[in-house]
Ligand binder design. Structure first.
Ligand code: FRU
Length: 498
């Protein structure tokens, strides 16, 4: 039975979603059908198709009682819109259906596991969340909430764990048929922990162990975990709140952290070895992964920063977009990410320029546009031949977004100060890249409202939202000193409905 709240959301999105012309949305970054979107949820393969749900408030461009929006895809790039999957329509999720995961069940149904939020009063009479974990089971379109909900509550927490911050289950099923879920929690020391739970049938769950904990080192509450083996290592992703800056690795506020280590599946023990940021740009949070049909680990994230959700175009009818899905790998203890290879089938003809000398500013024939995939490789001409190199995109007389490399510092900086956003927010971010004798490879994926940069075949990634007017489509290259540069540029071409 579809509840009244879900019927209302479905009717609303069906009525108003189609009013948004496709030219006012990104061409290939997912946006909500209408209204507000945050975290990706339930990113998974179901009956041979990729499903993606998202934190959704259809009725305004602001966060509100969370629903789950829903889309599916055959290639992770073009998404078909489906009706909203969940609405906050039960006592235990009356204040929202928060983030969670999805998994295909052996009987062919799809199970969603999400955080149900209700409000209660704490000992001081303050209104607080009570967060529990809930199940909904369905056929890929309609989902029924489980009569046992909530299936995990504050009673199931390890000692000292907080029921106010107990959220974002990411669920999977192992070969022996057992379901597992990793869930974020605030531990007794006030900072985050990632808890592992298991279940034989997906309905009755029990605590296994704490996989890793923050101990007040990387932010406070750890949100939106994911946990998977990759290239002989085990990876734990989480999105901490209230980070403190650490060099150029972590910035203050909501961040993303990748913990790489060893895992003993029998004992369920994770031993952390390496820690890094996931994305070094301005807009990236709450990533989630799936395993593709051909065994690739692919990650997608909310391409937005919580601190800047007020910085949006006046009266926009959608807000929030997903990153391009990224193929992950681990090499030498580092996470690498590159856009999914499916993106390449949307490339138009190649514009190639080889060994172009750059000193001062250069424009190249055929190199402009706002929906493109472009790789720029820069080489010094002899030792110390340049102090900096920069690419300016989304450019006209007034606007530009800059990607700058400084070989002496080994840093890349993205700068959207002049992208047209009329908001007093952070517009620049710098990060370290691995020095390679002055050589650098920058792959830029541009869409109407964003820029994603992949450095040196995915050693670092940096994402930023830009709302620059679409007419600003010039691109230029500039060096302080002199370099040789190769440019390989493809327009990304989509059949878009008007
Ligand atoms: C992360 C988050 C999650 C929560 C959701 C609510 O962005 O705070 O922890 O489930 O957003 O919308």
């Amino acid at each position: 039975m579809t509840s009244e709240a879900l019927q209302k959301a479905r009717a609303f999105e069906a009525q108003y979603g189609p009013h948004i012309p496709s030219g006012e949305r990104p061409a290939f970054h997912l946006t909500p059908t209408i209204g507000w979107m945050n975290d990706p949820n339930g990113f998974s393969l179901y009956k041979g198709e990729y499903h993606l749900f998202y934190q959704y408030h259809p009725y305004s461009n602001e966060w509100g009682p969370m629903h789950w929006g829903h889309v599916k895809s055959r290639d992770l790039i073009r998404w078909e819109r489906l009706p909203a999957a969940l609405a906050p329509d039960c006592g235990y999720d009356a204040a929202g259906c928060f983030s969670g995961g999805a998994v295909e069940m052996p009987d062919g149904r799809q199970m969603l596991m999400y955080t149900g939020v209700q409000r209660g009063r704490d000992a001081d009479g303050f209104i607080r969340d009570i967060q529990t974990q809930c199940i909904a089971i369905g056929d890929g379109v309609d989902y029924g909430k489980c009569e046992l909900n909530p299936v995990l509550t504050g009673e199931d927490l390890p000692e000292g764990g907080s029921a106010v911050d107990f959220r974002d289950p990411k669920v999977w099923r192992e070969e022996d048929g057992t379901y597992y879920a990793v869930i974020g929690n605030r531990a007794a020391d006030g900072s985050g922990a990632i808890l592992l739970y298991s279940s034989g049938d997906g309905r009755k769950w029990s605590f296994v162990r704490t996989l890793d904990a923050c101990h007040n080192q990387y932010g406070k509450m750890w949100e939106c975990p994911d946990f998977f083996p990759l290239d002989g290592k085990q990876v734990l992703l989480t999105s901490p709140q209230e980070m403190q800056p650490v060099g150029l690795e972590f910035h203050a506020g909501n961040g993303t952290v990748c913990l790489i280590g060893e895992y003993n599946p029998a004992g369920k023990r994770f031993v952390r070895q390496f820690v890094q940021a996931i994305d070094y740009g301005l807009d990236f949070y709450a990533p989630q992964t799936l395993l593709t049909k051909d065994g690739r680990r692919v990650m997608i994230a909310w391409m937005q920063n919580w601190a800047t959700v007020g910085a949006k175009p006046y009266h926009c009818r959608w807000f929030g977009q997903m990153s391009v899905p990224r193929e992950l790998s681990v090499k030498d203890g580092r996470l690498y990410q590159i856009p999914v290879r499916e993106l390449e089938s949307y490339r138009g003809p190649c514009v190639m320029h080889h060994n172009i000398p750059v000193s001062g500013e250069v424009n190249l024939p055929g190199v402009q546009g706002r929906m493109l995939d472009m790789t720029v490789t820069v080489r010094p001409i002899g030792k110390d031949s340049y102090r900096w190199f920069r690419i300016r995109v989304a450019k006209d007389g007034e606007h530009e977004t800059i990607i700058r490399y400084r070989p002496d510092q080994g840093t890349v900086k993205i700068d959207r100060t002049r992208s047209g956003l009329p908001h007093d927010i952070v517009h620049t971010r710098s990060f370290f890249v691995r020095p390679r004798d002055g050589e650098i490879k920058l792959r830029l994926v541009l869409d109407r409202f964003s820029l994603e940069v992949f450095v040196n075949d995915g050693e670092q990634a940096a994402s930023a939202v830009i709302y620059t007017r679409q007419e600003a489509d010039a691109i230029s290259f500039e060096a302080g000193g002199s370099v040789l540069m190769d440019v390989e540029k493809y327009d990304l071409v989509f059949d878009e409905e008007a």
